[in-house]
Write a protein that binds this ligand. Sequence first.
Ligand code: G3P
Length: 250
Amino acid sequence: MILLLYYRMNYMSSTEVIKIHFRIRPPTDDRFLVINFKTYLNATGSRAIDLARRIDKVAKEYPTVRVMIAPSVVDVLKVAEVVEAVDVIAQHVDPIDPGAHTGRIPIWVLSEYGIAGALVNHSERPVSFNELVNIVSTLRRYGMKSIVCTPNVDASRMATQIADFVAFEDPELIGSGISVSKAKPELVRRNVEAIRAGQAIPLVGAGISTAEDVRASIALGAQGVLVASAIVKAKNVENKVREFISALIE
Ligand code: G3P
């Protein structure tokens, strides 16, 4: 099906008209834990490998929850070689075709190495709406999943028309340790509702730190959470991952 979008994203400076192809997704009740390694010191280099192994070990105990990890772009291929149960995704990709491009992240190469998808439009790596649409359709062309991050209801409403997952993240609470699902439940509810009106699977992120925060996200209609600091900086990573996964399936 073809959809004409005439929309304005938060990060855009002008309005654009874009024609995209999209597909209808069957409903699913699967639960998802998406862990962004960002570029925290203890989640990069050899420490990224160690962190990924710890998460993978716990993920094997819970086959009913889909766990995805997003290591930094320089770690992603090595990490993919050492894990079995988790899906490895990129933190950002560029919608380019083979050819003369320098310093870009080519989607087809990630696909060749078994990378399952990518975060798109994270508030720490925003893209224009035009680029977002191109990234999502290129990912789809290579059989990879898109997890589009959105900062508000308008963006969620738009992103759900094209993405596989939409992760609403309140930029103010990212990395704060204050969970968006507890601090701003009404905002989460409205974003989840907007995402569910389209085809994408709704996720929630920003400040998610405890099992209670995860439960609150699910109670507000999300099917999973997008987290970083609570797991990356945890004293005991295995226990924290176990805590989050258990809360997802309670
Ligand atoms: O990508 C996840 C992220 O932006 C949320 O970060 O540290 O608040 O869990 P954090």
